[in-house]
Design a protein around this ligand. Structure first.
Ligand SMILES: Nc1ncnc2c1ncn2[C@@H]1O[C@H](COP(=O)(O)OP(=O)(O)OP(=O)(O)O)[C@@H](O)[C@H]1O
Length: 268
């Protein structure tokens, strides 16, 4: 039986006074598997960081009832030059249970080996991170997420630069997590993948465009609306220009920058 698990309440998130996600409200149900979709720069990663608590809301809030969180950021945000091995990265999955300096037990090692095997990385424990391919690195990050035993899992573009076989393998894990009643939000660009594997979709373009069952959300109308919102958005406006101004631009057919010269954004 599903119930409310995460709640966005008029949530606005951003950086240095500029909002990147505006006035998001809605509920995520426990055990749901949701794709987060939108164009480049539409605020998907920002939303993930907001849910993970890395980014504090400018206004509104995000309340959650999770016990353990696993957050897998975009690969581009992970420093692989750090002199660490696969085993070091994956063992970080224990830290919520053991603390950062806690000893890893024999049982932990067996568990860790099991996770590496599940992601197809048996025998990779001692490999330095900078020697891994993109797909192997992603598998290692999934192994870490498995160890975390999280009830809320945030995946930011987990299939970026990953081959089809790895995608298939990782999708099996994601679906297994969902079957275990874990709640999953996954940022994706591949619409075919979203339609085939993700029952729920949240479509954003700095603001919510549509949210609900994937067939209802991934319509050509909604995708077109998302593109229009995104194109009309003004990167330079103050922190809360508001949905209405972007919508007005679309309605009046004015492109973003031209409209900026004719309008005064609301700077707070
Ligand atoms: N650390 C930051 N400081 C300032 N602005 C940022 C920062 N991170 C993201 N932004 C801006 O916030 C907006 C939303 O970015 P975000 O990374 O959330 O988009 P995205 O939908 O995840 O994009 P992509 O699909 O390209 O990964 C963009 O305009 C981006 O330039």
């Amino acid at each position: 039986m599903s119930d409310t698990y995460l709640e966005f309440n008029n949530l606005t998130l951003g950086y240095q006074g500029h909002a990147a996600v505006h006035h998001l409200s809605g509920l995520v149900e426990r055990g749901s598997l949701t794709a987060v979709v939108g164009a480049n720069g539409s605020g998907k990663s920002t939303l993930m960081k907001g849910v993970a608590g890395i980014l504090k809301p400018i206004s509104g809030d995000c309340t959650a009832s999770f016990k353990r969180l696993a957050y897998l950021p975009q690969q581009s945000e992970i420093d692989r030059t750090f002199p660490a091995r696969v085993i070091d990265l994956v063992s970080l999955g224990f830290w919520q249970e053991r603390g950062l300096l806690g000893r890893i037990t024999r049982e932990d090692r067996i568990k860790l080996a099991g996770c590496l095997e599940a992601v197809g990385l048996s025998g990779f424990d001692k490999r330095p991170l900078d020697s891994l391919s993109g797909g192997q690195m992603q598998r290692a990050l999934f192994a870490r997420s498995m160890l975390q035993n999280a009830d809320l899992i945030l995946l930011d573009e987990p299939f970026n630069a990953v081959d089809e076989r790895t995608i298939r393998d990782l999708l099996v894990l994601i679906k297994q997590w969902a079957a275990e009643n874990r709640t999953i939000l996954c940022v994706l660009h591949d619409h075919a993948l979203v339609r085939a594997h993700f029952p729920q979709t949240l479509l954003i373009a700095r603001q919510l465009v549509a949210w609900g069952s994937t067939p209802d959300v991934m319509t050509s109308d909604n995708l077109l609306r998302a593109r229009s919102f995104q194109e009309a958005w003004d990167e330079t406006a103050g922190w809360c220009e508001g949905q209405q101004v972007a919508k007005d631009r679309i309605d009046s057919g004015l492109p973003g920058q031209a409209a900026d010269r004719q309008r005064t954004a609301v700077h707070v």
